[in-house]
Design a protein around this ligand. Sequence first.
Ligand code: TXA
Ligand code: MG
Length: 343
Amino acid sequence: MVISKLGIAASGIDAKHDSMSEILPAEEAQTRALQVLRAGKVVAIPTETVYGLAGDATNGDAVARIFEAKGRPRFNPLIAHVADIEMAERIGMFDPLSRKLADAFWPGPLTLVLPLRAGAGIHPLVTAGLATVALRMPRGFGAGLIGALGRPLAAPSANSSGKVSATTASAVDADLGQRISLIVDGGATPVGLESTIVKVEDGALRLLRPGGVPAEDIEKVAGVRLLRNAAPGIEAPGMLASHYAPAAGVRPNAAEVLAGEALLAFGPTRVRGADRAVALRNLSERGDLREAATNLFSYLQSLDCVGAATIAVEPIPSSGLGEAINDRLARAAAPRDAPVQHS
Ligand code: TXA
Ligand code: MG
């Protein structure tokens, strides 16, 4: 760990292994954190639950960098963190029960899944293309930072994929220090486990993930019992294959475009038959996986809209973010309504 006193330029995630992150105490970190976030880079921040790996939720490149830094093999939908209820209302559509829970528990370790408001500006990589969005108003440093930025922050827990969530800045540094440029040190997180996630479904309230707010406390405020996920292993509805699937079939790793197919391309050269594709979008002309990740959900949606029965997808390397991109494509290609087990 190196605490840099130099005002080095924000480098975000650096592929070089000799990069080191700057660690700043929360009291002095806001200006620097804003600089990093406005540059579309990521910063590890303390919240009351666990440290979050935060990026501007409206910037697809920043969100792709979050997944890249975590080395996540798949694009789970992320929580959008807001500064206040007004920002939350601009992003999600509140029903009365969700609003009651927000009033009771925000700021705090409760996340609400709500229908996404049209034009909210949340990048589709945050919601993994879902029509819903997970919203949370954190306490402490994050709230002030988001208010100053004036934009929501996407922030999964600041740990690499498969590791436990970090609750101290030094744990973040030990795990991700080589991959991110700034860690904000706010001491040990008081709650120490992730937020509770709930969602109103047809007037009932479902617990999607137990967490920092006890279920009983939520039930007391809501005046109803929480429904629990029947199938163990399904962490949240966002994990169901069907929620990820476009209406069209998806044919990953296509060596050729067949009659009537739309084509999701990648890189500078086209597969055979590309000229007969009924529609074509290129995830990244220059073959850049971060750019491809940023475009994935919106391009799948736009190709789905042309009404082709199948979307053929050119081969995409599985290094770096390519693993998550290929996971998403494989799940879109899988039989519909199959629950996806969480690994
Ligand atoms: O305490 C926390 O919640 C921490 C801090 C940093 O805020 N964040 C966190 O984020 O735990 P993450 O990305 O590790 O977990 C987000 C969870 C995932 O289980 C994901 O499936 C679920 O939220 N989720 C996000 N959007 C969803 C949606 N639209 N529908 C259902 N589940 C959703
Ligand atoms: Mg996590």
